[in-house]
Design a protein around this ligand. Structure first.
Ligand SMILES: *Cc1c(COP(=O)(O)O)cnc(C)c1O
Length: 389
């Protein structure tokens, strides 16, 4: 049976070339980068090289890249680190209702410890209104954290404009760019970003490795305490093969960016058009214009997304209902809720994310099976409104 993976926003396969680059660092060049002898130095050099590769992807300086265990740790570090380092200045943080749980749950933790958090709403496209941000700022605001690209609906935020507002008020601006790197052009200097979270496994690199970009002038308290690694900012023996893999994946992402965006967005648009043409009562969630190139989040009215997912899985097709984190629960997606989509429609929503290995044949196979499952489920649907047609 054909296997079609359309969940590249959940994770991606490691690129062959990336894995080949990593392998020697497991068995041959395994020296501890902190050791003073030669094989330790070789490890250190490999890390330095990867740091340059990651820095170049976002136009940062290599000294501004700090490796972490992934996007989750980078998000935690950014928000908890600023909350600590600026606690004498204020206790107010501004974020949005549509952040990843790594950010939302970190903010909820801070709320239990005396901080106040404003969760900005979004418009029906999933975009933050810069006027709402301006209104939310108080003299106690120490951090503004707004994700670059949403993981469920793929909406791209007006980051430059939002970061400029933060700067006008002398407030640190963080963005979770886990879904953005490798999918939209990013220049942290041009955009005015102070802190930015990244992860390797969403860009064809390994799991368990990511980074936080910390602009040179930003003072951020440590989150991991221990040894002197990462310029004494992030303790713990470095994930050497992971870092090497992240570096290589970042290099590929930078070199192939334009081609990747073109290829993936063309297939995505073909997919959306085919679905709209062949299936009735389907809507696209999120923004048409400001969108992750591979994301198609669709609502199929009068059906349960879970039922569709299981049927598609039987056909070898992997998709997601909302985000991977919430897909195990029946709580409606906080992102789709924030768009004002009614609960029954949220339950009929699926996220398809297209990636580099996806082909037109894959898309045709998925559309064919979608038509079949939608017809099947709608014909047995007990929802009364469906009976009329
Ligand atoms: C995947 C993801 C994360 C978490 O990154 P990990 O490396 O899996 O910890 C954070 N934010 C967003 C937007 C993501 O898509």
């Amino acid at each position: 049976m054909r296997q079609v993976y359309l969940d590249y926003s959940a994770t991606t396969p490691v690129k062959e070339e990336v894995m080949r680059e990593m392998i020697p660092y497991f068995t041959q060049m395994y020296g501890n980068p902190s050791s003073l002898y030669t094989i330790g130095a070789a490890s250190r050099e490999a890390i330095d090289k990867a740091r340059v590769q990651v820095a170049e992807l976002i136009n940062a300086q290599e000294k501004e890249i700090f490796f972490t265990s992934g996007g989750t740790e980078a998000d935690n570090w950014a928000v908890l680190g600023i909350a600590d380092s600026l606690k004498n200045k204020g206790n107010h943080i501004i974020t949005t209702k549509i952040e990843h749980h790594a950010m939302l749950h970190s903010c909820e933790y801070l709320e239990k410890h005396g901080y106040e958090v404003t969760y900005l709403g979004v418009d029906s496209d999933g975009r933050v209104n810069p006027e709402d941000l301006k209104k939310a700022i108080t003299d106690k605001t120490i951090l503004i954290s707004i994700m670059f690209v949403n993981n469920e609906i793929g909406t791209v935020q007006p980051i430059k404009e939002l970061a400029a507002i933060a700067k006008e008020h002398g407030i640190i601006f963080h963005t979770d760019a886990v879904q953005a790197i490798g999918n939209v052009p990013i220049d942290v200097k041009e955009l005015g970003i102070d802190l930015m979270s990244m992860s390797a496994h969403k860009i064809y690199g390994p799991k368990g490795i990511g980074a936080l970009y910390i602009k040179k002038s930003v003072r951020l308290s440590n989150y991991m305490h221990g040894g002197a690694q990462e310029s004494k900012k992030r303790a713990g023996t470095e994930n050497l093969p992971g870092i090497v893999g992240f570096g290589k994946a970042a290099e590929f992402a930078r070199v192939n960016l334009d081609e990747h965006i073109k290829k993936v967005s063309e297939l995505r648009d073909y997919f959306i058009n085919q679905v709209m043409e062949k299936i009735e009562h389907v809507t696209l969630n999120g923004s048409k214009e400001h969108r992750h190139p591979g994301n198609a989040n669709l609502t199929f009215e009068y059906i349960e997304g879970e039922a569709m997912l299981l049927y598609l899985d039987m056909k070898g097709i992997s998709v997601s209902t909302g985000s991977a984190c919430s897909s195990a629960s029946l709580v409606p997606s906080h992102v789709l809720s924030a768009l004002g989509i009614p609960v029954e429609k949220i339950h009929g929503s699926l996220r398809f994310t297209i990636g580099e290995p996806t082909t037109k044949e894959d898309i045709d196979y998925v559309v064919e099976n979608l038509v079949e499952v939608v017809n099947k489920l709608r014909s047995i649907s007990s929802v009364s409104s469906v009976k009329g047609w």
